[in-house]
Design a protein around this ligand. Sequence first.
Ligand SMILES: Nc1ncnc2c1ncn2[C@@H]1O[C@H](COP(=O)(O)OP(=O)(O)OP(=O)(O)O)[C@@H](O)[C@H]1O
Length: 241
Amino acid sequence: MSDSIVLRACGLKKSYHKDRIAVPVLRGVDLEVEQGLVTALVGRSGSGKSTLMHLLATLDRPDEGEVWFQGSRVDNASRAKRDQFRNHDIGVIFQFYHLLPELSAIENVLAPAMIGQSFFRYLKNRSENRKRAEAMLDRVGLLHRATHRPNEMSGGEMQRVAIARALMTDPKLLLADEPTGNLDTETGHDILMLLDELNRTDDLTILMITHDDEIAAGADVCWRMKDGLIEDNRAPQAAAA
Ligand SMILES: Nc1ncnc2c1ncn2[C@@H]1O[C@H](COP(=O)(O)OP(=O)(O)OP(=O)(O)O)[C@@H](O)[C@H]1O
């Protein structure tokens, strides 16, 4: 794998089963994500984008094919290696934020540190973890909402908390599944600006799933998906045309 490719999918296939009948959703997907770029994966609803993202994040396993991260195969790695990959190497954000409703903003941001470290290590690093969580909330402009719970925040604020949480472990790659899909146009634009800034200033590599051609047009690279296959990979402006 070339050094500049952070994540690569080769020949990914996935079917869901309904009444013992296999429904193919991914039919042999090849995809590459280049270091330092914002890559868009664009396709219509039902084309298989979220299924693919789950496989890339090792939240689910492919029926066939491979997922490689920085030269190591992750789809069939040991549970410990997949945990390491999910908890440290990548950050994931979703359309509906997936925040824990009982926890405040800062507790949500701290959650990956709690999951990724042993209990005793977490206790030992408690003040360091807290400082990092505060810094991440500050990074997304929400330190003043640290003690607020999700039901006391707007959609845009919840997505910022989710981004801060994803940044907590200093990931090399951010996977974003329709990050603006639940937001009004202006708030969605603010979130895209924040992601763009994280890419440019913090050198965060981003793979963003979207059904919106206009959003894809803002990416450095655009992969277009149709019916469980990558249709093409071209400059985003051309893809949006
Ligand atoms: N757990 C499941 N069981 C059965 N079928 C599923 C399951 N998850 C997804 N599917 C089907 O797989 C296909 C692809 O779904 P997926 O969510 O990956 O598409 P998508 O491109 O992300 O769509 P959207 O933009 O609407 O989220 C759809 O036809 C969906 O109905």
